[in-house]
Design a protein around this ligand. Structure first.
Ligand code: ADP
Ligand code: MG
Length: 709
């Protein structure tokens, strides 16, 4: 049999006898099969086919006939004992009629050491293993329970005080995580085989005394000898440990009441035994039938006490003790039937792993200590503040958060978890404070931005284009040069006092957030900024096209056009600028080539004029005479070269002119697109101001685009 397989191990042990009936009991050479031949009882009226042999075959895990106690232990019990030391629950039960050898199998003969049963051998094995397994610390406790006429008796209670046999004193209990246990049953710690054997003898003695004193037959009771094993690793500092129970069960005789022919107490005993064993059988049947949900464990104390041991997470082994004599064949058959049913039961062996809260706390404390040390090393290596933040650090974090909220700090770098927590705390404070003051944090932020915006507007504005580039100049200096609307002017004149609502809008904030960028809020500025030579290349970068715009219908449309160019129309505006810059560059080249062509042309003209003059000077002489002033062959060559050069440059000039025309066409297209898109945008989100019409905007646009046209 495989270890912890989930199958119940079932063995048959035949009690040695001189009257073995080979006709009725046949043990096959495979060592696992018993065939029973039963002759029908001629006296029984219900047996119709009298004197007829009926044949049954039982295939089990092993048939033990004339097998030594040592071998029985090795084949039947050793696997379960070793499993218990590994944390698996284990149960070994002996079942059979009285005198068939259950107690002999379990406890063995008290007269001979060699004939000791599986319990003393199991105890020996356990303590030998405990000695061997030095990596683990084992603790072993013993309990010895007797169930007599549905009464629980603690066979080791005499070691504590007076023997306890009151059913009220002990009760079969179930608790989650602990399973089934007998509340009130004494558990005795044992540290050696000798100690354990003493308890076994003590329990046996108590059982005998009880039998005499209370006039009860020990074979009429069930006894459960249990080893409670707990194992903890000595090497690993682990909060986990394993526990197991090894139940060694000597069941009462399974013979039926009728057979005993008894009355009175013996009848009562037989009734109880019958009851408990028949419920045991029912429980076994229910366990074997996998379609059954309910198993009637609680019907008797025996089945309830053995609930974990029969069908739970347990290595279970049954030894069916039988007689070999013909006279006992009926009981033998009954025992074998029980055994074959037991063979169908499946268990689910599993290690009982537990965790102790104390050990867990100890382990976690150790882990925390280790992690703290590790963290402190990491902090040291990374030059980070180690644990608590100092006052200065907190002040710095506070300042960072304030600057971040005010918009002067782009981002707060993450340094440590504590710093992040402190940042969050500051944010919370920032949210709570304005509420206390009746102000929202957002408006506070905007106000601070407005202030910033006002400061910027007051100090720097883009200047004129007189020298071909923008210059910074004060707002007051610039105002005289701008034919902008009165409203705009006013805002420029009083930058710090002006708190117009539109200043708080993202549009107006945009210009003010960067101190180095111009604030494009007037037609004049737009006109200037749109001058091809002077446009800032990164206008687009300062105003992403996808940023939402909040329009104010009270503003002039020209101003809105400026907003549109840095906002939704920034893409086409940027293309337009690019095209214009190419156009300008081509034009400049065109000018340069034109000048070259003109220069060559002038040279040619000069040569031609000179030659013409000489001809006229000679008059009608009709004969060519070379003079020092006259153009000689060299001059003629030069003239030819000049003409070639002229043609070349003229060709280049034509090509560049074509390019200029093409670029101009592109610029016109872009301009039209920009205006069309602006119109569409206005239609959607802008109410046209009465005093500023699109025509006016176009007029302005034509003014500054005129340079390129
Ligand atoms: P049960 O406990 O089933 O009522 P016991 O174990 O008390 O029966 O056995 C009854 C008697 O038979 C005892 O004297 C015991 O020594 C003897 N006996 C039973 N089985 C064997 C065996 N396999 N070898 C030797 N003697 C046995
Ligand atoms: Mg017995």
């Amino acid at each position: 049999m495989k270890a912890h397989s989930g199958e119940v191990g079932v063995f048959v042990r035949i009690r040695p006898t001189a009257n073995f009936s080979p006709d009725l009991i046949e043990c096959l050479p495979d060592g696992q099969t018993v065939n029973v031949h039963q002759r029908k009882d001629p006296k029984k009226p219900q047996d119709t086919k009298r004197d007829q042999l009926v044949y049954w075959s039982f295939r089990l895990d092993g048939v033990l006939r004339d097998v030594s106690q040592e071998e029985v232990y090795a084949r039947v019990c050793q696997r379960v004992v070793l499993g218990a030391l590994d944390g698996y629950n284990g149960t070994l039960m002996c079942f059979g009629q009285t005198g068939a050898g259950k107690t002999y199998t379990m406890t063995g003969s008290t007269e001979s050491y060699k004939q000791r049963g599986v319990i003393p051998r199991a105890l020996q094995e356990v303590f030998r293993e405990v000695e061997k397994r030095t990596a683990h610390f084992f603790s072993v406790h013993l309990s010895y329970l007797e169930i007599y006429n549905e009464t629980l008796v603690d066979l080791l209670s005499s070691l504590q005080s007076s023997p306890r046999s009151s059913p009220r004193g002990m009760v079969v209990t179930e608790e989650p995580g602990r399973g089934v246990f007998i509340r009130g049953l004494s558990l005795h710690p044992v540290h050696s085989e000798e100690e354990a054997l003493n308890l076994l003898f003590e329990g046996g003695l108590n059982q005998m005394i009880g039998s005499h004193a209370l006039n009860r037959n020990s074979s009429r009771s069930h006894s459960i000898f249990t080893l409670h094993i707990e194992s903890r690793s000595r090497t690993l500092c682990d909060d986990k440990y394993v526990t197991s129970k090894l139940n060694l069960v000597d069941l009462a005789g399974s013979e039926r009441v009728g057979k005993t022919g008894s009355a009175g107490q013996i009848f009562k005993e037989a009734m109880y035994i019958n009851k408990s064993l028949s419920f045991l059988e029912q429980a076994i049947l229910a366990l074997a039938d996998r379609r059954r949900d309910h198993v009637p464990f609680r019907q008797t104390k025996l089945t309830h006490a053995l609930k974990d041991s029969l069908g739970g997470n347990c290595n279970t082994v049954l030894v069916a003790n039988i007689y070999g004599e013909a006279a006992q064949i009926e009981e033998t058959l009954s025992t074998l039937r029980f055994a074959s049913r037991m063979k169908c039961v499946r268990t689910n062996p599993a290690v009982n792993e537990c965790s102790s809260p104390e050990a867990q706390i100890k382990k976690l404390k150790k882990e925390v200590k280790m992690l703290k040390e590790e963290l402190s090393i990491c902090n040291k290596l990374a030059n980070r503040p180690s644990s608590m933040l100092s006052e200065a650090q907190l002040a710095e974090i506070n300042s960072q958060v304030q600057r971040y909220l005010a918009g002067t700090l782009e981002e707060i770098s993450i340094v440590s978890i504590r710093q992040v927590q402190a940042v969050f705390a500051q944010f919370k404070l920032a949210v709570q404070k304005p509420e206390e003051k009746g102000k929202s944090p957002i408006s506070q932020t905007y106000n601070s931005e407005k202030d910033q915006s006002a400061k910027t507007a007051g100090t720097k504005e883009w200047g004129s284009v007189e020298d071909g580039s923008f210059e910074a100049s004060t707002a007051s200096q610039k105002n005289t040069q701008r034919p902008s609307s009165a409203k705009t002017k006013k805002s420029k004149d009083k930058p710090s006092q002006s708190k117009r609502p539109e200043e708080a809008s993202p549009v107006s904030r945009k210009g003010s957030e960067s101190g180095s960028e111009p604030k494009l809020n007037s037609v004049q500025m737009a006109e200037e900024s749109l001058e091809p030579d002077t446009e800032s290349a990164d206008t687009q970068s300062q105003a992403p096209a996808n940023e939402p715009f909040h329009l104010d219908s009270t503003r002039p449309k020209a101003e809105a056009f400026e907003d549109f160019k840095v906002g939704p129309g920034s893409k086409i505006n940027s293309i337009l600028k690019e095209n214009k810059s190419v156009l300008l560059e081509r034009r400049s080249l065109l000018r340069q080539i034109s000048e070259e062509v003109n220069a060559v042309k002038r040279e040619i003209d000069r040569f031609t004029a000179s030659m013409q003059q000489q001809r006229e000077t000679r008059g009608g002489e009709g004969q060519y005479v070379a003079t020092e002033e006259e153009p000689g062959p060299t001059s003629l060559m030069q003239l030819k070269e000049l003409k070639v050069l002229y043609r070349q440059r003229y060709q280049v000039l034509r090509e560049i002119k074509a390019e200029v025309n093409y670029c101009q066409h592109l610029v016109d297209q872009c301009r039209m697109r920009l205006l069309t898109e602006f119109e569409n945008w206005c239609e959607q989100s802008f109410l046209v101001s009465e005093d500023v019409t699109t025509d006016k905007v176009l007029e302005h646009c034509d003014m500054y685009w005129g340079g390129c046209s």
